[in-house]
Ligand binder design. Structure first.
Ligand SMILES: [Fe+2]
Length: 316
C-alpha cells in the first residue's frame, strides 16, 4: 500500500509541512519518493517534524536526489556517525571522550548557499538530534521569489553576469561577514564563476544566485561596481518577504533545494550543545538562465546537444 501523508503550506508559495506518516518506512515507497521530489521541485522545502529516522534512511532518502557528497571537514577528529560516511554531524558539542561530536560551532550565520566555491550540492537534508531551548531558528529564503520581485531594469542588468564564488574561511558567520577583510584580487579570482541568474531545473524558473561575499569578483566589472551591485542585490533579497524560520528540535527533519534557497541560522550559547545530522546530494552544475539559446555547460548549443543526445553526432 502506498504511503499517504498530509501536506500543509508553510507560506503561500514556499515550503510545506508533512505530517501523518512515517518517513522511515515511506522512503521504501517509490510513489512517495516521486511525490516528495515533485513537492521539493515546486515548493523548494519540506519539513517533517517528529520523525524517527535512522542514519541509513536519511542517507538513502537524500541519495534519491543525487550522488551524496562527503562534506565533513578534513583532518578534524570528530565522531560524526560511525558507519554512515555521508552524514556530517554539525555540532558545537563534545562527546564523553572529549572528541567533538562533529564539525561546527554555535555561531549565528548569515544567508548563504552551501559550498558554491565548487560544484554546489543541489539538496540538503537536516535531521535534528539535540537542541538547546529555546531552539535556534534555521531560516530559509526563496531566491526564485526574490528574482521575480526584482525590478525589470535590474533583471536586465544582471541577466548575463557571472560572479566568482571564492573560498573565504567561515564567511557565513555573522562576525566574519561583518569584520573579515577582503582577500587580494588574485585570491578572489579563484573559484567557480556561477551565473547571477541561474536556471532552476526543477521548475524552469530563474534563481537569483548570489555569492555570499559582497567583495566577490563579477566578470568584466570593476571591483567597486561589483561590490555595490552585490550589496544592492543582497539588500533587496533581505527586503523580500519570502522566508521561513523553523526552530528545529530533536526528531525534526527538513530537506531543501540548495540551488533555489539560501539559509541562515540563529546562534546559541556556546555552553549548550546542538547536534544536527547533515546529508547533501550533488546536482547539476550551474546553468545560466539567459540567454536561452546560449551555449550550455558542455559547450554545445541546444540544437547540437540534441543531435548528440539522439546519436546523430559524436559527443566528443
Ligand atoms: Fe549552510
Amino acid at each position: 500500500m502506498s504511503c499517504t501523508f498530509e501536506v500543509e503550506a508553510l507560506t503561500p508559495g514556499f515550503g510545506v509541512k508533512l505530517t501523518g506518516f512515517d518517513l522511515e518506512s515511506a522512503i521504501r515507497d517509490p510513489s512517495f519518493l516521486k511525490d516528495l521530489k515533485s513537492l521539493v521541485d515546486s515548493r523548494l522545502l519540506v519539513y517533517a517534524p517528529g520523525q524517527k529516522l535512522s542514519p541509513q534512511a536519511q542517507q538513502d532518502l537524500t541519495s534519491s536526489f543525487g550522488p551524496l557528497a562527503n562534506i565533513k571537514w578534513a583532518g578534524y577528529d570528530a565522531h560524526h556517525v560511525p558507519g554512515c560516511e555521508w552524514i556530517k554531524v554539525i555540532s558545537n558539542g563534545l562527546a564523553p571522550d572529549g572528541r567533538p561530536h562533529g564539525d561546527g560551532n554555535s555561531s549565528a550565520q548569515i544567508w548563504h548557499t552551501d559550498a558554491t566555491w565548487e560544484v554546489p550540492v543541489s539538496h540538503v537534508a537536516f535531521y535534528c538530534r539535540q537542541t538547546p531551548e529555546p531552539a535556534p531558528k534555521t531560516g530559509f529564503k526563496n531566491m526564485i521569489a526574490v528574482y521575480e520581485a526584482l525590478p525589470d531594469a535590474t533583471k536586465h542588468r544582471i541577466a548575463r553576469l557571472r560572479a566568482i564564488h571564492h573560498l573565504y574561511p567561515k564567511q557565513i558567520e555573522v562576525k566574519v561577514h561583518a569584520e573579515g577583510p577582503s582577500l587580494p584580487r588574485e585570491r578572489r579570482e579563484l573559484g567557480f564563476a556561477h551565473p547571477l541568474v541561474r536556471r532552476h531545473f526543477g521548475s524552469d524558473k530563474a534563481i537569483l544566485y548570489l555569492p555570499t561575499r559582497r567583495d566577490s569578483v563579477i566578470l568584466g566589472m570593476p571591483d567597486e561596481e561589483a561590490r555595490a551591485l552585490l550589496e544592492e542585490l543582497w539588500s533587496f533579497a533581505e527586503s523580500v518577504d519570502c522566508s521561513i524560520a523553523v526552530p528545529l528540535r530533536a526528531d525534526d527533519f527538513v530537506l531543501w533545494d540548495n540551488r533555489a534557497c539560501v539559509h541562515n541560522r540563529e546562534g546559541w550559547p556556546e555552553d549548550q550543545s546542538r547536534i544536527m545530522w547533515h546529508v547533501a546530494a550533488f546536482g547539476e552544475s550551474s546553468t545560466p538562465m539567459f540567454p536561452r539559446q546560449s551555449l550550455n555547460v558542455i559547450g554545445l548549443s541546444p540544437e547540437a546537444a540534441s543531435k548528440v543526445l539522439m546519436g546523430e553526432e559524436p559527443g566528443y
